[in-house]
Design a protein around this ligand. Sequence first.
Ligand code: GLA
Length: 399
Amino acid sequence: MTDMTPPAEQGDKRNQTMILAFREHFGAEPTHVVIGPGRVNLIGEHTDYNDGFVLPVAIKRDVRLVLRPRNDRIVRIVSLDYDGEAAFDLDALHPDPERLWLNYVQGVAQELDIRGVTLAGFDAVLSGNVPRASGLSSSAALEIAAAHSLLVASRQTDVLDGPAIAQAAQAAENNFVGVKCGIMDQFISELGREGHALLIDCRTLAYDLIPMPPEAALIIGNTKASRSLAGSAYNTRRQECEEGVARLRQALPHIRALRDVSSEELEANKELLPDLIYRRCRHIVTENERVLATVTALQQGKLDEVGRLMNASHASLCDDYAVSSDALDVMVAAMQSTPGCYGARLTGAGFGGCAVGLVAPGAEQQVADAIYRDYPQATGIWPEVYTTHAANGAHVITL
Ligand code: GLA
């Protein structure tokens, strides 16, 4: 079991390694460290692109850049995780088929430019420790770190507020990278706060910090199972939700998204929907209600109730939304059946990736043991298990 919150010296050591690499590669002193964290979502899955509610936390794993501004419009980045130096010209942005990770940075540059930021280039060393392709938002972490790097290099750190930076990062992924994600991942990477979950209204982008009770610890089980279906099925689910809205409008002409539909309204108009579309809609409508109920339960310290809602969320994602997998179900069952675990569910888009559990402090090892015992036996895959705490969102350190 790995603690995602390493001792402070380890974070410093990582910065030192990156600073040394910067000096060695560029022969100059870097000026800033820019940090964009990954996230885990407590509850509110697939609700963001339905204008609904989500409740994620930022985690102590991040993508960071050690950088120095340049006086021209060239961006040079040495990735310690990929393949040496990559460069692009801010005046000639175009998707790079070879270096996909660079497209996230270029995409953010394009979106900041569209939003009126006069961009300047920079030299940087990049490194990340968010597990990739695991549903912990390493992409959003990179986008948010890239956004702050560009803003720092351009000396325009005050022109966009947090939600606007998150929107630019999401637009980069939608328009340049070509993934139709919602706003959740970028928003929490930007605006997360230590010790808090963030209730986000994905329609208005209003948000509320919800303190995590001290008796609630988080455990993440990484299935290490392939997420090959995630992209295509994600887009299909979006279409199914849109179809649900179009059909429900016959009876509820005021609705703009599934966010506007209550469980009672959905049940009353069930005959307008084919069974599959009804079930997709039922997940979204009930999941929005579960997010708000979870916030109330957290505020009242009712962790058994939070756990019950997380379990119900997993069942709904599995049965109605059909985005779980055998691997995720085994992982979640191992967590749920361990004493000390209040509740557990898949987190992120699904089809693989990670599950999150809410556990009583001190029960983490028991839950991890149950995962290491049950999961490899059922799947033949060796998982990873992490403990984590709600961490701060994006930040910049001046060297
Ligand atoms: C991915 C997307 C998010 C959200 C989740 C599912 O992480 O990037 O916008 O839709 O899936 O809740």
